[in-house]
Design a protein around this ligand. Sequence first.
Ligand code: FAE
Length: 520
Amino acid sequence: MRGFQVSRRRFLGMTALAMTATGTAKADTNHEAVVIGTGYGAAVAALRLGQRGIRTTMLEMGQLWDEPGPDGKIFCPMLNPDRRAMWFKDRTEAPLETLLGLPIVNRPIERYAGVLDKVHFAEMAVYLGRGVGGGSLVNGGMAVTPKREYFEEVLPDVDADEMYGKFFPLANKTLRVNTIRPAFLESTSWYQYARTARRQAANAGFGTQVIPNVYDFAHMEGEARGTKPKSALAGEVIYGNNHGKMSLDKTYLADALATGNVTIKTLHHVKRIQQHQDGYLLTVEQRDPFGKLLNTKKISCRHLFLGAGSLGTTELLLRARDNGDLPNLSDEIGRGWGPNGNVMTARTMIGGFQQSGMPVLAIDAWQDHEVFAEIAPVPAGVETLASLYLAITKNPERGTFHYDRGTDGITLDWRREQMKPSIRAVRGVFDEMNRTNLSTYRPDLFGIGKVFSDDFTYHPLGGCLLGRATDEYGRVRGHKNLYVTDGSLIGGSIGANPFVSITALAERNLSRITATDLNH
Ligand code: FAE
């Protein structure tokens, strides 16, 4: 099994790199299907198209992460980051601003096509993964199937029986979701922080649950025993995991490439989509990892799948609509965006200096407080006396993206005060946690004096909502053979970490689309 995985992975790398190397300037015509992006929605599309025998090309603006750097590692260490960390920044932008009150977390780096991006809008910033695998390269791997009741509230026109009976199980299986062994969770020093927070949650009357992950827990147990190379237990997460994590390049994308019908072109940034005969013509910039423009290509295709994520997909469609390239796109494009109610907070607690980078427990206060809060690590290698939480809240506020002709980019109409319902909900839980456990909020992690993060999200959702900007299966209204397959379909909130939902919804949509629109 292990050998099979390694060889498939190598196959992925070789194919993608070969395709990058052979890029030419002339128009690249008549692709049957093109998928923009290589994140969750895109990876599902590529696999299911490839399995139906449809020649499919994926265009990804980021790099393929399979070559070790000078230190012998593919990804850089979290506490000693270098240019591999971030997407064209002069300085790293880790979510915690300071540690122990000192501004030691972030540091200057060379501008480079690194793996984590932080996109800044006026009053909200969004973290994103860049590279073959999209968000799966940098995320915490938490694989949460949302509560059925809330899923039905958010997506009332999607058949929940079918989702929970068929597509969620399929997504979980193909993503290789697994769960920590209870005996390991209860005994290892690496999860002392989680057990202590769980006990303190119970003191305050809150229940917790174990959350599954795509990090291979058998590998993690090997790390703890000293028989496997350390990754989660070496504090690796947001700048990539060198071992253990089953990111999309090792699951969906490897399977897609193994069909023999899918290729990936890396460092290919799609800039423009135009109507072309009965399909689409893309303008694509190919760059080197330092940002130098190598080539501007025209690529045409019959079927176009947008999997560039909530921000990427919405930007491409807004630009096309407002420039007149795809004039029939609806007014709904750009609407219904939300940050999944993301708020981070931290409180004083002795957590231990050993903390696994992969969260495995969450406080479930959804019923009474509309808060689902992951117990997150502070993997600093020292005792920080902080217990960190990523809270997902139910927040009805929504933002809207607009195309800005001046910058040729998008703006986000979202005001900081729209986070107020989320902060109120989080206070309801953590004021009580502090009261019963005689702890206090930590005022030194999100900027001095700030105890809640209300200005960034890891979970951008919406912009091209299912059933509004698209039909019930992601077919974009107004233009044929054009599909949205990523997190932009989901209206701003899903009540859980989103990638399992994005994957399962894409599976559902692709199963319909491959059967009806691409019938061979
Ligand atoms: P995404 O994965 O963002 O993929 C979009 C891809 O398209 C990227 O590879 C882009 O580089 C590429 N792209 C964009 N524009 C273009 C263009 N114009 N041309 C070519 N390529 C383009 O989209 N979610 C969970 O469920 N559990 C977690 O534990 C979790 N932790 C997270 C931690 C961090 C630090 C971050 C940033 C996110 C986390 N998330 C987590 C969120 C999750 O990764 C995110 O919802 C999904 O990755 C979104 O999937 P999409 O398919 O929408």
